[in-house]
Design a protein around this ligand. Structure first.
Ligand code: UDX
Length: 430
């Protein structure tokens, strides 16, 4: 199949590369010349395990190209995926400017029947919006079908998730369009669900908001555990063993961050409002998430008698392991809080350090995990990178002023930390 993917962010680049690897002819389009130059040379613009190898394979095999003209790419393709960003507006609604511009450009390239696929996370009704924009440019109605095909990949395992999705959702009005998508995804041999467009759009928001709710739920339980002398890990294990609940996304910690959950939960709140329903439960999901890190910081603040004049070491800065993404990363909230209270911060992250420093120049970067604690009054484990799990804790604390550890992701055992001489505190247990 001849495919165009518009936008080479996380979703677009990974989708394009994986579809090329299945033997499709894929043109990835972006309007950023710097990005294009790198991509054409096989250099990924995001950090994602397995991406570089697959990209190189696609480029060398001639299945993958990077271009800057949407119109040309559309002319050459049967199916066009829109995978541009839909960042949040100040009020939490999605900013659809990029989608609208791309839809107008796509219209200019349509000279035969095309299927246009919304892969970006877009509000209910966006499928019709894209179709209306295309038709408003004079494209005949029978030359275009719009499909909603939401993406469920997680950063850090984006390639794997795209190749092994739990389900593939195809929302469309027309059988012909659904068949094209079924053909594209058939080699993955995964379950496919064909729905109307609005349902497909809502599946994405429903799934992400539900997962965010699971995280906030277990984080709320973690607060009760701290007060009751219980252990949230055991509670989560016991709850998750019920197959109706499931064990995933019950890891208590500092709360969720990243490019999807914070944005999608807020967007669903606004979508619901717009449709006349007050989704109060989701407001609480957000409130619990915001308070989770603050509560953790207040506990540390109390132990230190205030942050004023204190140096705090941060282990991990990315919003989660295996990514350099720092959007809505908890490290940002932590740095802001400590600095606003007169403290200073030093951090280490395997890949995201420089990116956080760009936003917070006051952050001092340590060259390694073992040096982050030098002279520090406390250490916070912010992101549970695998390489932090087996650190020699004695060495980690060796040069700290006070061996005080606040483990925001429950990555270490209390006994091991205490054996290494740390005062140890974590989320959801005493
Ligand atoms: C998420 C969805 O999982 C994915 O399906 C969707 O397409 C995009 O949004 P992503 O944001 O990449 O993916 O990461 P994910 O692994 O889901 O983690 C999101 C956040 O939740 C992270 O900050 C993570 O630390 C946190 N989290 C996750 C928890 O705090 N506890 C958990 O049990 C799971």
């Amino acid at each position: 199949m001849k495919i165009a993917v518009i936008g080479t962010g996380y979703v677009g680049l990974v989708t394009g590369v994986v579809l090329a690897d299945l033997g499709n002819d894929v043109i990835c389009v972006d309007n950023d010349p710097v990005k294009l130059d790198k991509l054409r040379r096989g250099i990924p613009t995001i950090f994602e395990p397995g991406l570089e190898e697959l990209m190189k394979r696609g480029l060398q095999g001639g299945f993958l190209r990077f271009e800057d003209s949407i119109v040309n790419a559309v002319r050459e393709s049967d199916v066009i995926f829109i995978a541009v960003g839909t960042p949040p507006n100040a009020d939490g609604t999605s900013d659809l400017r990029a989608v609208k511009i791309v839809a107008s450009e796509i219209a200019k390239g349509i000279d035969s029947y095309k299927v246009v696929v919304n892969k970006s996370t877009v509000p209910v009704g966006s499928g019709d919006l894209v179709r209306d924009i295309i038709i408003s440019h004079g494209v005949s109605e029978d030359l275009v079908d719009v499909v909603s095909n939401p993406e469920f990949l997680r950063e850090g395992s984006a390639i794997y998730d795209t190749q092994h999705p739990d389900r593939i959702v195809i929302g469309t009005k027309r059988r012909e369009a659904a068949i094209k998508l079924v053909e594209i995804y058939a080699p993955l041999e995964r379950p496919m669900l064909i729905t109307d467009i609005a349902s497909a759009e809502l599946i994405k928001y429903g799934a992400n908001s539900f997962l965010a709710m699971k995280i906030s739920f277990i984080n709320a339980i973690s607060r009760i555990c701290e007060a009751a002398g219980a252990d949230v890990a055991d509670v989560a294990k016991g709850m998750g063993a019920d197959t109706r609940i499931g064990s995933q996304f019950l890891q208590a910690g500092l709360g969720y961050g990243g490019s999807c959950f914070p944005k999608d939960v807020m967007a669903l709140i606004r979508i619901s409002e717009g449709l006349g329903y007050d989704f109060q439960l989701l407001n609480d999901v957000v409130a619990i998430n915001d308070d989770q890190t603050l509560h953790f910081l207040r506990r540390l603040e109390a132990k230190l008698d205030g942050f004023d004049g204190k140096l705090i070491a941060l282990l991990g800065l990315a919003f989660k392991p295996n990514t350099d993404d720092i959007r809505d990363a908890k490290s940002l909230q932590i740095i802001e809080y400590i600095v606003s209270k007169g403290g200073s911060v030093r951090g280490f992250d395997p890949v995201a350090g420089e990116l956080v420093k760009e936003v917070h120049p006051e952050l001092e970067l340590a060259p390694s995990a073992y040096s982050v604690g030098d002279g520090a009054d406390a250490l916070i484990l912010v992101t549970e990178w695998n390489e932090f799990r087996q650190l020699d804790l004695e060495r980690l604390g060796e040069k700290m002023k006070r061996k005080l550890m606040f483990d925001g992701r429950r990555a270490y055992s209390k006994a091991a930390a205490q054996r290494a001489g740390f005062e140890y505190y974590t989320v959801g247990s005493n």
